[in-house]
Design a protein around this ligand. Structure first.
Ligand SMILES: C[S@@+](CC[C@H](N)C(=O)[O-])C[C@H]1O[C@@H](n2cnc3c(N)ncnc32)[C@H](O)[C@@H]1O
Length: 550
């Protein structure tokens, strides 16, 4: 059988299996299709126009793979008990494992992500006899099937030089966690995990098991859903929850980050599950379908009319392309509205101390004075807190440095004002850069004020200095503002310099280089999007400066 007919046969077997499960529904105007020609795997399209608010498909909770339905969870109740005695906190790509006093973590792995890895590991080792066999058959099972950053080699990752995204892959911390939390469970219960005589599977080596854990971990990251208890019984307005909006901030995202790289605690009340059919949908920043979580079933509904031939699209959240690539292994033009650039505090400091020409300071003493002011700010924990320099908000690789220098991981995130998608899944307004992060502006302004006043003779001389006139004061405020903007402009330029290629290079590569492989192309999308954001920030800053200079 050639690859395309095998692909279609598996899709058909899966659809037949799905329809045969009690409680499922599948709209007759939908078809599962092969989108591999545009590197999008399987997807679902409408075969006829589908009106808004139509139930596209319904998935009973009984066919979701989760702790509630898994055989393994029933066989090892101790491990899957809700009585949690260990805690895994995931922050910025680093994972702290906080073991119970008796260190008996093996019998109690509470983390919903780890639980689902164990469950899927068990199901994959019992593939042929699993009640989910047709579903498991359409899920990616080999590392070559993934484009998520976890599986990129060093050469692929070179394409992302300059971007902060490679520092968030977290492969080592995931390996450590699998070694400490998954492998001991599998070894202790090898009779269960390798009990399927049809699989012909002998016990896997540690290396092979770890490889499987990475594949399943990545599968969960890009396919699993956070299962909310029952949205319909929420206290919020029913219409809102049905439309998939929560009360405070718009769209509920079905997916958390389960690879340890956002400020997500993996220790949440909701469980995670693999939801057949819902995970056949691809997604984009503009989408036309939404999954709502009912008591007994989950329902995918159309948010607006879906024309015949159009793809049904879900939503993974307001993710920048770098993050979309890391978690899901693809990029789209629409997601670039959410692109971000990280600016480390160390770069801001270099600009303030070495790059910026402080015209009001004597040339020899200047840098020493600026350095002294910065050191005082950094030493004072109140100041650090006030100016946002206590944030360990990115770059998980610098743990040891953080012990010595509490500002080692501090930084700022530049982004556009992008708004939320509306209730039809559309983004009606263009995303625009409208300001630097408040903390960055505050800290630069603070340093500027201190440096300027330290170098102003009227501030440092006598006790009976003359009171400043109003116009002098205005001049002073203007000087602080322009200096702050000039420094910010330099910061952006220096940040741009950190990318080995220019925007023009990248645009030419996209247009001219026909040999560009798909990973190389996605890397260009990420770095180009980030550089375009920086240029927008630069133009915004220069526009402001021009106004002040007038
Ligand atoms: C939940 S699955 C969707 C079904 C998937 N296409 C398949 O063949 O099984 C998520 C994965 O689909 C792919 N995907 C989702 N949306 C996409 C898009 N707009 N363009 C390209 N690939 C997409 C990515 O590989 C992602 O990790």
């Amino acid at each position: 059988m050639d690859s395309s007919s095998e692909f279609d046969t598996q899709s058909t077997a899966f659809l037949d299996w799905f329809k045969a499960q009690p409680g499922t529904q599948f709209h007759p105007s939908l078809r599962i299709v092969d989108l591999r020609d545009r590197s999008a795997g399987r997807g679902i399209i409408a075969t006829q126009d589908i009106p808004p608010d139509t139930e596209l498909f319904t998935i009973p909770r009984s066919i979701i793979i989760s702790e509630e339905t898994s055989t393994l969870a029933k066989k090892l109740p101790g491990i899957f008990s809700k009585d949690e005695t260990t805690r895994t906190t995931i922050t910025n790509g680093d994972i702290d494992i906080d073991l119970d006093d008796d260190d008996d973590f093996e019998e109690s792995v509470p983390d919903s992500w780890l639980n689902l890895i164990l469950i899927l590991l068990y199901e994959s080792l019992h593939h042929k006899t699993s009640k989910w066999f047709p579903y498991l058959s359409i899920l990616p099972q080999r590392s070559e099937s993934f484009n998520t950053l976890m599986f990129w080699d060093d050469r692929d990752l070179l394409g992302l030089s300059g971007s902060a995204i490679p520092s968030k892959i977290g492969k080592e911390s995931a390996t450590r966690m699998f070694t400490e939390r998954i492998l001991p469970v599998v070894k202790r219960h090898s009779d269960l995990f390798y009990s399927d005589p049809d699989s012909g599977m002998t016990e896997l080596s540690d290396t092979a098991l770890l490889e499987r854990c990475h594949i399943i971990g990545s599968l969960i990251m890009s396919y699993a859903f956070d299962l909310q208890p029952d949205q319909d019984s929420d206290s919020g307005s029913e219409e809102d929850t049905e439309m998939g909006e929560n009360d405070d901030d718009g769209w509920i995202e079905d997916r958390g980050d389960h690879n340890g790289s956002s400020n997500t605690s993996a220790h949440t009340k909701s469980t995670m599950g693999m939801v057949p059919m819902a995970d056949v949908l691809n997604a984009d920043a503009e989408f036309n379908a939404h999954l709502s979580h009912g008591d007994d079933s989950l329902t995918m509904t159309s948010l607006r009319e879906i024309k015949a031939g159009q793809e049904v699209l879900n939503y993974y959240g307001p993710l920048p392309n770098g993050e979309l690539l890391r978690r899901y292994g693809y990029t789209t033009p629409k997601h670039s509205r959410y692109d971000v650039v990280e600016v480390p505090w160390s770069l801001v400091k270099t600009v303030i101390v070495s790059d910026y020409k402080w015209s009001s300071l004597p040339s020899q003493k200047g840098p020493t004075m600026v350095k002294k002011i910065l050191t005082e700010i950094e030493r004072d924990s109140d100041f650090r807190f006030e100016l946002g320099l206590d944030m360990n908000n990115f770059d998980n690789t610098k743990d040891n440095e953080a012990d010595v220098d509490p500002t080692a991981n501090a930084g700022f995130i530049l982004e556009r004002d992008s708004g939320d998608p509306d209730d039809q899944g559309l983004c009606p307004v263009d995303a625009k850069f409208i300001s630097f992060p408040e903390e960055l502006v505050d800290v630069v302004r603070h340093v500027v004020t201190m440096v300027l006043s330290a170098s102003d003779p009227t501030q440092t001389q006598s006790k009976n200095k003359p009171a400043k006139s109003k116009s002098n004061k205005n001049e002073e405020v203007k000087k602080i503002k322009t200096t702050t903007l000039e420094i910010l402009s330099l910061v952006v330029r220096r940040r741009l310099d950190q990318y080995p290629t220019t925007i023009q290079d990248d645009e030419n590569l996209l247009l001219l280089d026909k040999t560009t492989t798909s990973r190389a192309r996605m890397a260009i999308d990420v770095r180009l999007g980030e550089k375009r954001l920086l240029v927008e920030a630069l133009e915004w800053t220069e526009g402001k400066l021009a106004k002040y200079r007038e």
